[in-house]
Every structure is written in C-alpha cells, then in structure tokens.
Design a protein around this ligand. Structure first.
Ligand SMILES: [Zn+2]
Length: 60
C-alpha cells in the first residue's frame, strides 16, 4: 500500500457577489463568472476579480 502524502491544497477561497443585487453567489476561485444569479436571475458575465467586493460594481 502506498503511503502518499497529501499536499496542502491552496485554500484561496473567495466569495463572489452578484453585481446586481449584491448577494453572495459562490465561493471558490474562478477567473471568470458566466452565470445567472440565483437571486435576481440576471445574467452575470464578468471577471472574478470584479465580483469579489460587495458593492463596488454598480450596474443599474
Ligand atoms: Zn443577483
């Protein structure tokens, strides 16, 4: 039986927020988000970095 060491997984889990309703969409680490918001059902197509901070992106 092999005794393989498990390497540490990088726990860079970020929280992404919907730019429309500011609700938390998901956690993880993605470069781009292309999905419909489960709360307001609007389409989100943005870089992950732009959705990290709640309230920075304002789309009216
Ligand atoms: Zn939303």
């Amino acid at each position: 039986m092999k005794n393989s060491k498990q390497e540490k997984k990088s726990t860079t889990s970020k929280t992404y927020y919907c730019p429309h309703c500011q609700k938390p969409l998901m956690k993880g680490d993605v470069k781009r988000l292309n999905m419909a918001c489960p709360y307001c059902h609007k389409l989100i197509d943005a870089k992950g970095d732009e959705l990290l901070n709640q309230g920075t992106a304002r789309i009216s």
